[in-house]
Design a protein around this ligand. Structure first.
Ligand code: FE
Length: 280
C-alpha cells in the first residue's frame, strides 16, 4: 500500500458570490482554478445572516454536478423543472445539472448559523448534455460509521468499512466523507490509486504523512497512492475527504458552465437568450 502524502496546502480565499454571499473558496480561484474533476469548493459559514441571506438567485448550470452538503442552517432551492425543497443540517443534494437547469439557492435565517459546502464535479464530454438528475439525501439516510477509537465518519459517497455511501451511480466514482476525529486520533481510508484526492480541514488541526500540523480551514491536496492516513492534533478535528476519477479532457469554464469547447459555451449562452436552454 502506498500512502498518500501532502502535495500542497491551500489557504481558502475570502470570496463573494451569488447576490453577495460571503464564503471561503479553495477551488475555483486564481491560485487553484480546478483540481480535475473538481471545479469548485466553497465553504460558507457565518452566524451573521447579512453574510448569506442575499443567497444565489436564479442562475443556470450546464455540464457539471453541484453538490451541497449542509452542516447547520438550511438552504431552500427551486428550479426550472419544478423541483423544490429545503436542504437542512446534515442533508446533501447531489445535482447532476447535465444539459441544464435554472435554479435558485436561498439560505434561510436559522436559529444559529449557516454552515456548509458546495463543490462542483465536472462531467465527461459524453454526459455534458445528460438529463438533469437530483439525489436528495436527508441527514437520517446518510450512513454514519463509528470506529472503536470514537472516530465518526458520515459516508455521503464511497465506501467505509464495507458501508456504502448514500449517493450512488455517479460517473466520477467519488468518495465524499465527513470525518470527525477525536483528539490524537488517526483515520485511515483506502483511496483508489489514480483518483484525485483532497482533504478540507474545517475544525482543529491535522497531520498527514509527516506534514506537521495543518490548521483549519485549509485545503490539502494529496499525492497519488492507495491509502490516506490522517492524524488529529491535541484537539478534535473534522475534515472532508473527497476523491474522484480525473477526466483529463479539454474544458472551457464560463461562470456556472463547464463545457469542452468555446463553441459549446457560446451555444449555452445563445440558448439562455433564446429561452431554449432547458431541455426538459
Ligand atoms: Fe447553483
Amino acid at each position: 500500500m502506498k500512502e498518500r502524502t501532502v502535495m500542497k496546502v491551500v489557504t481558502p480565499m475570502a470570496a463573494s458570490d451569488g447576490a453577495g454571499v460571503r464564503l471561503k473558496r479553495s477551488i475555483g480561484t486564481p491560485t487553484l482554478d480546478h483540481l480535475d474533476p473538481f471545479f469548485l469548493l466553497d465553504h460558507f459559514g457565518s452566524e451573521n445572516a447579512a453574510d448569506y441571506i442575499a443567497g444565489f438567485p436564479m442562475h443556470p448550470h450546464r455540464g457539471i454536478e453541484t453538490i451541497t452538503y449542509m452542516l447547520d442552517g438550511s438552504v431552500a432551492h427551486r428550479d426550472s423543472l419544478g423541483n423544490s425543497g429545503v436542504i437542512g443540517a446534515g442533508d446533501v443534494q447531489w445535482m447532476t445539472a447535465g444539459s441544464g437547469i435554472l435554479h435558485e439557492e436561498m439560505p434561510k435565517v436559522g436559529p444559529k448559523r449557516l454552515d456548509g459546502f458546495q463543490i462542483w464535479v465536472n462531467l465527461p464530454a459524453k454526459l455534458k448534455m445528460t438529463k438533469p438528475r437530483y439525489q436528495d439525501v436527508p441527514s437520517a439516510r446518510i450512513p454514519e460509521v463509528t470506529r472503536p477509537d470514537g472516530t465518526r465518519i458520515r459516508v455521503v459517497a464511497g465506501d467505509v468499512d464495507g458501508v456504502a455511501g448514500a449517493v450512488r451511480e455517479i460517473y466520477a466514482d467519488p468518495t465524499y466523507l465527513d470525518v470527525a476525529l477525536p483528539a490524537g486520533g488517526t483515520f485511515e481510508q483506502p483511496v483508489p490509486a489514480g483518483h484525485t484526492a483532497l482533504l478540507y480541514v474545517f475544525q482543529g488541526d491535522i497531520e498527514v504523512g509527516g506534514s506537521g500540523a495543518i490548521p483549519s480551514p485549509r485545503l490539502v491536496i494529496l499525492s497519488d497512492g492507495d491509502v490516506a492516513r490522517v492524524h488529529a492534533g491535541s484537539a478534535p478535528a473534522r475534515f472532508l475527504l473527497l476523491s474522484a476519477q480525473p477526466l483529463a479532457e479539454p474544458f472551457v469554464r464560463w461562470g456556472p458552465f463547464v463545457m469542452n469547447t468555446q463553441d459549446e459555451v457560446a451555444v449555452a449562452l445563445k440558448e439562455l437568450r433564446d429561452g431554449t436552454f432547458i431541455k426538459g
